[in-house]
Each structure stands twice: as C-alpha cells, then as structure tokens.
Design a protein around this ligand. Structure first.
Ligand code: AMP
Ligand code: ZN
Length: 187
C-alpha cells in the first residue's frame, strides 16, 4: 500500500471508486459528489491521470484542464439549468488529487459551517478554472502566494451577492437565502 494512502487527505481517490459517489466518468475524468457539499449542487471533477495538486500542473496539461472545465459545465447543466454555478479550484487545496469544484451559488447547505468554508468559496481563494488556465498559459505554472491566500480565509464575512458584512455565519446564511441566484432572473 502506498505511503499515506489511508490518510484523510487521500479520501478523494477512494471516492473515485465509490459507485455511490460517482455521477459520471469517462476515460479521462471521474466526477463525484462532494462528500460534504457546501451548496445544493457540489461536484468535483478529477482526472484519472495521477496529478496530486494544481501546482504539479504544467503547460502539457492545458488540454486536460480545458476538458475538466468542459465536463464540469456539462454536469452543472445536467444537474440544474437555472442556478448559477462556478467552476474552479481552491488556491491551496486540502485534499490530494487534482479536483475542480463545480458549485452552485446558493451555498444552501448544512455542511457550510465556518468562516473558512465561506471564504474558501467566495474570496479570491476560489480561482475560476478559466483564470487558472490563463495563468498557466502565461507563467507555465499556477503559483499563488500561500500566505496571502491563507489570510483570505480569515477575512470578515461578506455576502457574495451584495457584499453586506456579517458577524456570524448563521446570520450570513439567513441572509443569502433571500438572494436570487438563478441565471434566468438576475443575470
Ligand atoms: P479542497 O481540497 O479545499 O479543494 O476541497 C476538498 C473538497 O473535498 C471539500 O469540498 C470536501 O468537502 C471534499 N471531500 C473531503 N473528503 C471527501 C471524500 N472522501 N469524498 C468526496 N469529497 C470529499
Ligand atoms: Zn447579500
């Protein structure tokens, strides 16, 4: 058994083989439901190719990143055509094996419990796939400032739609359900 293969940070690899978690797959990618979804719809698109982190990606992998984004857009379309979605990566991921988040922008989930959760999906800590691809095209690698990114997780809570500030995650969550995050009505 590979070193650390039972560690929590390797859990995504196990979920890739879990038929209850997998929602779609082909020769190149596997799409799973996030085990602790932070919104009504939250999937992870992962390459079959063993790529541990975004920082391991090079210009040779650009076509793969484009394909991951395309598959993410497809699964969002299939899941719900009305809600807004974002497709992207945490600048400093906690789990190993490259994964792109596909997440609806309602953030209506009991698993979203902490400031860190909120800020990881609503600040620049969450980097859109198209921006990751652009950065790798320009610089050859994706290399965020880790200190700067971790500081974002401590930032005061702000609504991702209207920017109103909140002192607790529960008051913010009570507020965000008031917003319309569908594509058809407010974009
Ligand atoms: P990050 O590494 O920060 O990009 O986020 C990892 C994501 O994986 C989080 O959204 C977790 O809820 C999710 N997660 C953690 N463990 C598992 C697992 N075993 N299977 C599926 N998703 C998981
Ligand atoms: Zn708001």
């Amino acid at each position: 058994m590979a070193k650390n293969s039972g560690h929590w940070s390797q859990g995504l690899l196990a979920s890739m083989n879990d038929t209850n978690a997998v929602v779609d797959s082909d020769d190149t990618v596997v799409i799973i439901k996030d085990k602790y979804p932070k919104a009504l719809f939250h999937f992870l698109v992962m390459p079959r190719q063993k790529i541990p982190y975004l920082k391991s990606v090079t210009t040779n992998d650009l076509a793969l990143l484009e394909y991951i984004q395309k598959k993410g857009e497809e699964i969002a379309q299939r899941a719900n055509t009305e809600l807004k979605f974002r497709f992207g990566y945490h600048a400093v991921p906690s789990m190993s094996h490259l994964h792109m988040h596909v997440i609806s922008q309602d953030f209506n989930s009991p698993c979203l419990k902490t400031k860190k959760h909120w800020n990881s999906f609503t600040t620049e800590y969450f980097v859109d796939s198209k921006d990751v691809i652009q950065q790798i095209k320009l610089k050859g690698i994706f290399s965020p400032d880790i200190h700067e990114m971790n500081e974002l997780l401590k930032r005061d809570l702000r609504c991702h739609v209207c920017n109103k500030g909140f002192s607790t995650i529960s008051s913010l969550k009570a507020h965000i359900v008031m917003h319309d995050v569908t594509v058809l009505r407010d974009s």
